[in-house]
Design a binder for this molecule. Structure first.
Ligand code: GTP
Ligand code: MN
Ligand code: MN
Length: 610
């Protein structure tokens, strides 16, 4: 049994509530040792992980890891939000009573860390001094060393964040127990994995995974699910799966901040990182603030809407990251960055790594190369063309490694928000960009955001998998209340942000993308900022304002005229079809504010009259 008191004394962890929490779980999980972590432990942990074979060297200051082959993504079916109030059940939050979930999780975790070290990871999901600091502190307990190393990159980690709390009992209790990965019945009726947020007790209990999306509890479970619930319960803020960037016009000296949500794997990281400093020549500079989470609030003093990224790092999709698509991401994992790669292809002899899209073709000499599962490429069966890297393979790096990270990314007061954008993967119908000036229409647009499940295969023709505000997997309270909370927070601002819907993914009949995407996405965003500044007026359509061809900066692009027409046109018939789908989608949300229904009916009527 671990001598918990001695370990906590030695680390100087004095917060009595944290001590009690650590003792309770050390005892329950049966951990052999307890170790309190600070960011400065990283080098030692890395050496230990290399010695133990948990990580492999991938060049100077770079690490490679593999997760169990059935444990490579977030599991939405196994994710649950629990509270003691049945009225907290929504369409997507998979609500269950906490009286059922807590004993169940304690049962699974009891004795499950026997023989292991329980790491105590105190963290802060905000820059210190933030007006939302009271909601940002947490302590993750985990029995995985690689999870600790990820947490050090993704969150601000250190003992001071919890010793000095204004309210010493106000921290998120986040317990992660890996479990016996090979015997959890993944995907069977006896699946033993549970990822539970007991939201009204600010307690997170995750059992049965060591993959980042399930195991880095500061990020998604606290930063998104718990924070969204806290923002609603306190009435003070929003927490969303949003990227956040700044655009500076060097000629006018003006700086704009845009945040927004796209469903997972729809381009947030790429947008925020790719709009590299030299985008569109020398005139504009793009600052990176965040790629996955933003907290939004209205400042009590100046009445402006502010946003900040609570994270300290990036957990990005590796696939298709290369010098052309995303040089920023590529250089954020340069030698010496401390980056960790997960589930890509690896060559133990040369310590090189590779993923699909890193280069047009895989390395020619396959000697020594192993796929993400660790199988030798040279021993693959004839005709086996399965990917070398897992499609959801990731890189983990700290914000300060991102070449265009904003100089004020650590600033506690956040940045004023000029526009909020939504975007999904939509093969047709959605134009390149359309702007909305009305709050209810903006929120309505977010609520009806979606992405095609996949091309052709699972997708019912033209039907989206709706993903309100890109929060479907992270929704912690009912959608009706969520919409009302959005209307309430944003209407407190003395200046409305502009809303917009973007789509980089329209396709031609032959399947090609009609818009070049990636770094060219700066162009529609610049138009949006010009619209905000009153420099252009666009063209009003039933679903918002869209740019005219003349207004959009197309310098140096070679897009066929008919493709351009398609992405700058509203297909009325397809839109009316979509509106019918929305009737059904929105009806699933109890207590949706009347303003949202009115916006829906307004758009519908405008389309019919058009
Ligand atoms: P999560 O991190 O899972 O929340 O996803 P994300 O929204 O950050 O997605 P990400 O930026 O990693 O992009 C996912 C995929 O979309 C990658 O394979 C990109 O190459 C592709 N992608 C991103 N932007 C564009 C674009 O402008 N055009 C096209 N065609 N593809 C893009
Ligand atoms: Mn995400
Ligand atoms: Mn991302």
């Amino acid at each position: 049994m671990a001598d918990v008191e001695a370990a906590l004394d030695q680390a100087g962890l004095t917060n009595p509530h944290v001590r009690e929490y650590v003792s309770y779980w050390a005892d329950l999980t049966g951990a052999e040792r307890v170790e309190v972590i600070s960011a400065s432990d990283d080098a030692r942990l890395a050496q230990e992980a290399l010695d133990a074979g948990e990580l492999l060297p991938a060049g100077e200051g770079l690490y490679y890891s593999r997760s169990y082959h059935k444990d490579t993504a977030r599991s939405e079916e196994r994710t649950i939000v629990a509270t003691s109030n049945p009225e907290d059940a929504g369409a997507y939050n998979n609500w269950r009573p906490s009286s059922e979930m807590k004993p169940l999780l304690e049962g699974k975790m009891r004795g499950a860390s026997a023989g292991k070290t329980m790491y105590v990871v105190p963290y802060l999901m905000a820059p210190p001094g933030s007006p939302l600091e009271a909601y940002a502190a947490g302590v993750e307990l985990t029995d995985s060393r690689t999870v600790v190393m990820h947490m050090i990159r993704m969150a601000r980690v250190g003992i001071d964040y919890i010793n000095d709390l204004a309210d010493p009992n106000s921290f998120v209790r986040a317990v992660h127990v890996t479990g016996d990965l090979e015997n959890l019945g993944h995907g069977t009726p006896d699946d033993a994995r549970y990822f539970v947020t007991v939201a009204d007790e600010r307690t997170i209990l995750h059992f049965g995974s060591s993959y980042g999306g399930n195991a880095l509890l500061g990020k998604i479970a606290h930063g998104l699910r718990q924070a969204a619930y806290d923002g609603w319960a306190s009435g003070k803020f929003l927490s969303e799966q949003f990227m956040l960037l700044g655009i500076t016009d060097k000629e006018t000296g003006k700086k704009y901040h845009i945040c927004g949500g796209f469903p997972s794997a729809s381009g947030k990281t790429n947008l925020a990182m790719t709009l590299a400093p030299d985008a569109l020549g020398d005139r504009y500079y793009v600052d990176f603030y965040g790629d996955d989470i933003a907290w939004l609030w209205v400042d009590e003093n100046d009445g402006k809407l502010y946003g900040m990224n609570p994270e300290f790092g990036v957990f990005g999709v590796a696939k298709d990251t290369n010098e052309a698509t995303n040089p920023g991401a590529l250089h954020s994992v340069d030698a010496g960055s401390g980056a960790i790669f997960t589930n890509i292809a690896y060559n133990p002899k040369t310590q090189e790594v590779w993923w699909e899209g890193k280069t047009p073709n895989p390395p020619e000499d396959v000697t020594g190369w192993e796929d993400w599962k660790g199988d030798l490429i040279s021993e693959r069966a004839e005709g086996d063309d399965s990917p070398w890297a897992h499609p959801n393979s990731r890189f983990t790096t700290t914000l300060s490694n991102v070449p265009n990270v904003a100089p004020d990314f650590n600033s506690p007061q956040g940045v004023p928000i000029d526009a909020i954008i939504f975007g999904g993967r939509t093969r047709d119908r959605e134009p390149l960009i359309r702007a909305m000036t009305d709050l209810a229409e903006g929120v309505y647009d977010g609520l009806t955001l979606g992405a095609e499940a996949t091309f052709a295969a699972e997708g019912v023709d033209g039907q989206l998998r709706y993903d309100p505000m890109s929060m479907r997997p992270f929704m912690s309270y009912p959608e009706g209340a969520y919409a009302a909370h959005w209307l309430k927070i944003i209407s407190q601002a003395n200046e409305m942000p502009l809303f917009a819907h973007v789509n980089w993914f329209q396709r031609g009949d032959d399947g090609r993308f009609l818009w070049p995407g990636y770094r060219e996405n700066l162009r529609p965003l610049l138009w949006l900022m010009q619209l905000k500044a009153g420099e252009v007026s666009g063209r009003q359509t039933p679903v918002g304002i869209i740019p005219t061809k003349e207004e959009l900066n197309l310098e140096g692009l070679d897009i066929p005229a008919e493709d351009l027409d398609t992405i700058l046109t509203i297909d009325n018939a397809r839109w009316q079809q979509e509106i019918e789908n929305r009737d059904v989608h929105l009806a699933a949300f109890h207590g949706l504010p009347e303003e949202i229904w009115e916006a829906h009916r307004r758009v519908k009527a405008a389309l019919e009259a058009d």
